[in-house]
Structures are given as C-alpha cells and as structure tokens.
Design a protein around this ligand. Structure first.
Ligand code: ASP
Ligand code: MG
Length: 443
C-alpha cells in the first residue's frame, strides 16, 4: 500500500484535479490524501475572522465569493447533467452549513468546523469526478479515524485501529480517498492538525497502515539544496536521511511540513517528494540512508529573536540553565538554538508572543540583551563529529558576514548560524557557492 498526498495547488483547479487522476489510476492499492484547494483554508480563516467580529455581512460576502469559485470549478470538473447536479448539491450543502454560523455563538469550536470544509469540499468533488469517470474508489471520512488526544498529539493507536476498520469495511478496492488536515479531538469535536497539516495526515496514515511508501506531491521537483527564492540554480537533493529532512523542514524548506517526518521515521517508511508538473522526475527520497560526510542542503528560518543572559552566578554553578529553560517552558515558548559560555547563555526563539514576560523573569537571573530581526541559516547533511574540515568550509563561506551565534554538534546533521536578516540572501548564496561548488550561480 502507498499513501499519496496532493497539496492545495495540486488540486487547485478543475484541470489540476484531472491531472491528479492520471497520477493515481494504477493497479497498486493506495490511499490518496487531499488538501483543500489552494486559497480555500485562508478564505475560511478570513470568514471565521468576520464571524468572530460579529460582522455577518463581511462573512457572507466572502462566503459568496468562495462558493462561486466552487460552482465554477464543478462546472469545469464534471460533464454530465447528473454529476453537475450532484456537485452543485454538495457545494450548496457545505456552504449552507458555513452560513449557518452567522446566527450562532462563534468560538474556536465553530471556527474549526468551518476550517474543515475545505478538505471536505475537495475530496467530495474529487470523488464525484472519479465516479463520473467510472474509476472505482472509496471515500474514507478522516473524521471517522483521525484523532488527536488531550495534548493535541495524534492518537496513533486509535488511528491505526479505526483506519483498519474502515479499510476492512470497504475491502477489495485499489483506490481510497481521504481528507488531509482534519481530525477529531479527544472530545469528539472537529479539529485539525494545524495549518499545512495534510502532510502530517499522510504520514500518520502511512504509519497506521504500515505503508510501503508515502508520497508527497507538490509542484516542485523535490527538496532543493538551497532556497530557490533567493538562490539561482538550486538543485533537487535526490536522497535525504529522515534527520536531514526533518532539520530542513523545520528550518525553512517550505515543501514539507516538519511534523510529517517523525511518524515515517519511527516506522521506517520512505517518504518521496514528487512533482505533479513533472511526474517522472526523481524528486527527493527520504529514508534511513544518508550520503556519508556530505552537506546536502542549506535552509533559512526567518523571524528569529536572540536573547542573551549573562550572570556571574552561572560561573561554576549548576542548575542555572534549568532556571533559564524553565522560564521559556512556563511561557510555552520553544527554543531553537542555544550557545553557552562560562558566564552566559544565548538562546533563540521565533515566537515572541510572551517576550516581555519572559524578559521580566530572565532579568531575575542575570543581565539580559535582546536582538531581533535575525535568521537561522542551517547547513544540513551528514556531518559527524569526527569530520575534518566540513565546518571550516561553511564558516569560510560566511567570512564577510557577522555571525551572532554558531551551533554545531547538537546532532550529526546540522550546523546552524545566526545572522542578521539583512545578510540572509548573501549568506545563502555564499554557502551554495562554497558547499556545492557552483560559482557560476553568482554571475
Ligand atoms: N488546507 C490546510 C492548510 O491550508 C492543510 C494543508 O493544506 O496542508 O493549511
Ligand atoms: Mg502544504
């Protein structure tokens, strides 16, 4: 069994949906996970925002625009009168439901119910189109088997058990379709796996069904060795280790949601990143294999704030770092990078929601300095502690750029540099030139 996930742009129009069909019709058994059509979840967020602000007219205006888009898609997608009628019924039903919130109290529960409509619409219409084509497929409702627990973590036992049940109730089919992103929570309410969570759905399903492979289809030919938005002539990386892919996804590569790697890694299921526009391209294969002693890619994570805490009390003391970390923990703020010296520690965060409170607490521990507007430049590859010279090449690339922090040795897969946002593009290009030896890029 294979799991194939198609993202928002891959199902972003009637034509793109038709292209997807060509990629999924084969003898192999597969579960196809679909996102909402691109732009839909953003619109639903906006509609919810109007409902929160009790601006019903504003909400209705946006609902009408979105609904019209779906009628247009449907008319292009299906051909016969019978299926056009069915498609229009589906759309009408979904949008009547969305409109029904204009008279209700609006809280986060209602918002989650609205946000789920994007994936429901895309899968219902897609399934209908398959029916019209006469392609045998079964729509498995994600709300019947995807579940998160009290801590908003996937309930893997529940998912495995209930997915198996759904599959057993619908035996002898090659093609199953389901929704990405949406799930139920511990209380049975409609919930989701956070924005971009369809990749996560695919990998959770892959793990639950013990799939042979998880394929993430987007519209780029795999994970690139640098950010194509800022560096010219980047190349897809053919093979990545799970750890390398996780670092890259977390530190900026937009193609894959970082949460997607863990379930695949734990169950040793290869993840293949493929391009719907170029289906024969190799893409990137993420697995347990790594290319020894080589840097695979560079990525950047924006919007970083560094905090330095200096204290005489740190000298020869134990427990100081715990006190520092506890402050961040109590404000539920994740730390990305850490560097220490005997008298101080620097950490970086990207969530500054509680920065003022955090700083107030830290000031009890030492002298605090804050630098905003930084980026983490992350060099990813197989970089074992006994390598000779790999760090030097990276540092040498950045010799013209002021470096605020360096983190090396946290894992065998990453060297991170913290630089000013203004130096990001220069740093990314310099690293590509030195590491991948392609100086012609600079021309
Ligand atoms: N539709 C959801 C979003 O836009 C989930 C996804 O596309 O992965 O965030
Ligand atoms: Mg995505």
């Amino acid at each position: 069994m294979k799991i194939l996930k198609f993202g928002g742009t891959s199902v972003g129009s009637a034509q793109r949906m038709k292209d997807v069909v060509k990629l999924i019709v084969s003898e192999e058994t597969k579960i196809v996970v679909l996102s909402a059509m691109s732009g839909t979840t953003n619109s639903l967020v906006e509609i919810s925002d109007y409902f929160y602000h009790k601006n019903t007219a504003g909400a209705l205006e946006h609902i009408n625009i979105l609904e019209k888009k779906y009628y247009d898609v449907a008319s292009e997608l299906v051909n016969t009168q019978k299926y056009t009628t069915k498609a229009n019924e589906i759309i009408k039903e979904r949008f009547t439901y969305i409109r029904s919130f204009s008279t209700a109290v609006f809280t986060v529960f209602e918002e989650k119910a609205i946000l789920a409509q994007g994936e429901l619409l895309s899968t219902l219409l897609f399934q209908l189109y398959l029916q019209e084509l006469g392609v045998d497929s079964v729509l498995l409702p994600a709300l019947d088997f995807m579940r998160i627990d009290k801590n908003s973590e996937p309930d893997t036992a529940f998912i495995a058990e209930n997915l198996a049940k759904q599959l057993a109730e619908n035996p002898n089919h090659q093609l199953y379709i389901t929704q990405g992103y949406i799930c139920r929570n511990f209380y049975g309410e409609i919930d989701n796996l956070q924005r971009g969570g369809s990749d996560y759905t695919a990998s959770l399903i892959g793990a639950a069904a013990n799939a042979d492979e998880i394929q993430i289809w987007t519209d780029i030919d795999g994970m690139h060795d640098n950010d194509p938005r800022y560096v010219e002539g980047t190349h897809p990386v053919p093979f990545l280790h799970f750890e390398e892919a996780a670092e890259l996804a977390y530190f900026g590569a937009k193609i894959l949601h970082p949460t997607c790697i863990l379930p695949a890694k734990l169950n040793n299921i290869p993840v293949r990143l493929l391009n719907t526009m170029q289906p024969d391209a190799h893409g990137t294969l993420i697995s347990m294999q790594s290319k020894k002693n080589s840097v695979q890619a560079v990525a950047a994570k924006d919007g970083i704030t560094a905090i330095k805490i200096k204290s005489g009390r740190m000298l020869l003391a134990y427990g100081f770092l715990r006190k520092v970390f506890e402050v961040f923990e109590s404000y539920q703020t994740a730390i990305d990078m850490i560097t220490t010296s005997e008298v101080g520690v620097s950490v970086t965060i990207d969530n500054t929601k509680n920065l003022d409170e955090i700083l107030n607490e830290l000031k009890k521990l030492g002298t605090v300095t804050v630098d905003a507007d930084l980026v983490i430049i992350c060099v990813v590859g197989d970089i074992p502690g006994d390598n000779v010279g790999m760090t030097a090449i990276a540092v040498d690339a950045l010799k013209q750029i002021p470096i605020r922090m360096i983190s090396y040795g946290g894992s065998n897969y990453n060297i991170s540099f913290l630089v000013k946002s203004a130096d990001k593009v220069k740093a990314l290009n310099a690293l590509s030139n030195n590491l991948f030896n392609m100086s012609e890029r600079q021309k």
